[in-house]
Design a binder for this molecule. Sequence first.
Ligand code: G3H
Ligand code: 13P
Ligand code: ZN
Length: 309
Amino acid sequence: MALVTSTEMFKKAYEGGYAIGAFNVNNMEIVQGITEAAKEVNAPLILQVSSGARKYANHTYLMKLVEAAIIETGLPICLHLDHGDTFELCKSCIDGGFTSVMIDGSHHSFADNIKLTKQVVEYAHAHGVTVEGELGRLAGVEDAVNVSAEDSSYTRPDEVEEFVSKTGVDSLAIAIGTSHGAFKFKGEPKLRFDILEEVSRRLPGYPIVLHGASSVIPELVEKINKYGGNMPGARGVPEEMLRQAARSSVCKINIDSDLRLAMTATVREYFVQHPEHFDPRQYLAPARAAIKDLVKNKIINVLGCDGKA
Ligand code: G3H
Ligand code: 13P
Ligand code: ZN
């Protein structure tokens, strides 16, 4: 099995009413934890790399880790650039073997977003690579206090048909109230499923992407705080909302913060319980196992893509 694009995965996910997990990778233990979990439950996978991850670990190291994971698991894996912000970055990932890229033009005007996304799509498609675009800006935590400011960052459904037809983009990330990181909601979690429904009505059969979809699992936050961390008020997207999204046109659900929490909680606990240990393998092995457990649970209980590889 070689690296695959997102095309076939999204087609099956849309028809089957489930979503593919797109997990961010930064090092070997994270790649191993995620891919071992997916192998055990026979799930298709998207591994995604941010520009920060690429700076941290180096393109070639990440590429080779993912190639190793394919050899070890035999799974279809799509290697995706997360939040590419320039044509040059997308081109570099395409030239370097990624099978999918995101061009995030959401901070540009509608016209400039279309222009940039179209430029990436033309290059990517000529090289057999799929492209994710974004319309609407994901709310930051600070935006949630002001309803009209918050409203202005939601995706406008009346823009999606023009964006997709003019750019030729293969999937679309939309903003319905999620945000990146561990502090997503000040009060009760609320997602604008009405926007998702209207977008889906306007784009029948078209795959939608949900960013900022970590649940910020309360037990992990509790463990971090118990073992010397300080994350009061951390809060994520309830699993039931993610299940609802996965059953709809949402074919890709992005998860990074939960992986970070699982690793950090495990390492913090380990150091408190074993203050005399100093071999990195001793604390990274349980951290990798925690990632594996978390991903298996997401695949089976939230995404519904187990058995679909
Ligand atoms: O959407 C952002 C992802 O969680 C990646 O985060 O840019 O810190 O690697 P990063
Ligand atoms: P979380 O911060 O909720 O994990 O979102 C990750 C993401 O959207 C990566 O693009
Ligand atoms: Zn994101």
